[in-house]
Design a protein around this ligand. Structure first.
Ligand code: RIB
Length: 287
């Protein structure tokens, strides 16, 4: 266990998952799916990924005062993520994600944000310091901006889902993490700061830039794909842990890619997040 201290600022959802043969087209009904419920939310997934990979993690989030909250928080609690800064909203419901996963592991996700949409800068203020702060965009941008004021050497934002943010926020970040769609959405604005940009490329692997220049590249690890939900979150959590620990850029990208590869081999967002020993054994096997 590395013991680097990470603060996660982001969403908590309960994932309602239908595993089906194929994803529906707009207006179409697909029947015969298998149903399951898993704890999820990009914020919670990334916080838990970092925790399972050895960090000491605190999560700043908002949930509702309802039964979904306990189900959504169960694995964070079980694995020892600090939830002492969690806010329970008196009115809004806990976030819910409706997810369809097809036989190839591809997915479609619709999120009803609920309490996540009410996370405020004051919920974030006063926490820290930390070795890394890890955010996404399933909570209001103002809360992410407040997270950017926490005392840390690594302020990381996973720009998912892609939506307009102030240019200053992108420049403030020490690490931006995007997939190909998000990279297209933000374009050159990603590379205006001096920090790092990590881009996942689906079956082509991942690439890391620093101050606009490529510094590391990783091909994808070939593994059986069961469910890709949570794989991107695993990559983000793992990269934050590795860089906060001071791993060299290439080694950090390899660690994150190995962790993400393991995450696609199991069902569910949080149940699929790997532990440190499994990632290390996997990477040793691939050396
Ligand atoms: O990144 C995967 C996550 O996106 C799911 O767990 C779901 O809750 C949505 O937030």
């Amino acid at each position: 266990m590395s013991g680097v201290r990470i603060i996660g600022v982001g969403s908590v959802n309960l994932d309602l998952v239908a595993a089906c043969d194929r994803l529906p087209a707009p207006g179409e009904t697909v029947t015969g799916a298998r149903f399951a419920k898993y704890p999820g939310g990009k914020g919670a997934n990334q916080a838990l990924a970092a925790r399972r990979l050895g960090a000491v993690v605190s999560m700043i989030a908002r949930v509702g005062k309802d039964a979904h909250a306990e189900a959504a928080l169960a694995l964070l609690r079980e694995d020892g993520v600090d939830l002492s800064h969690l806010v329970v909203d008196e009115e809004a419901a806990t976030g819910v994600a409706l997810i369809a996963v097809d036989a190839e592991g591809e997915n479609q996700i619709v999120v009803a944000s609920g309490a996540n949409g009410k996370l405020e800068p004051r919920d974030v203020e006063g926490v820290g310091p930390a070795d890394a702060v890890l955010c996404q965009l399933e909570v209001p941008v103002a809360a992410v901006e407040a997270a950017g004021r926490i005392d840390t050497k690594l302020f990381a934002i996973n720009l998912a889902p892609a939506l307009p943010v102030p240019a200053g926020l992108l420049e403030r970040a020490d690490l931006l993490i995007v997939n190909e769609g998000e990279a297209k959405f933000y374009g050159d604005a990603l590379y205006r700061g001096e920090g790092m940009v990590a881009k996942t490329l689906g079956r082509e692997g991942a690439v890391l830039y620093r101050a606009g220049k490529e510094v590391a590249r990783m091909p994808v690890y070939a593994v059986p794909v069961i469910d890709t939900v949570g794989a991107g979150d695993t990559f983000c959590g793992a990269l934050a842990v590795a860089l906060a620990e001071g791993m060299e850029e290439g080694a950090a990208l390899r660690f994150a890619s190995g962790a993400a590869a393991l995450a696609v081999t199991k069902e569910g967002a949080q149940p699929s997040l790997p532990w440190r020993k499994d990632v290390e054994a996997f990477l040793q096997d691939k050396a």
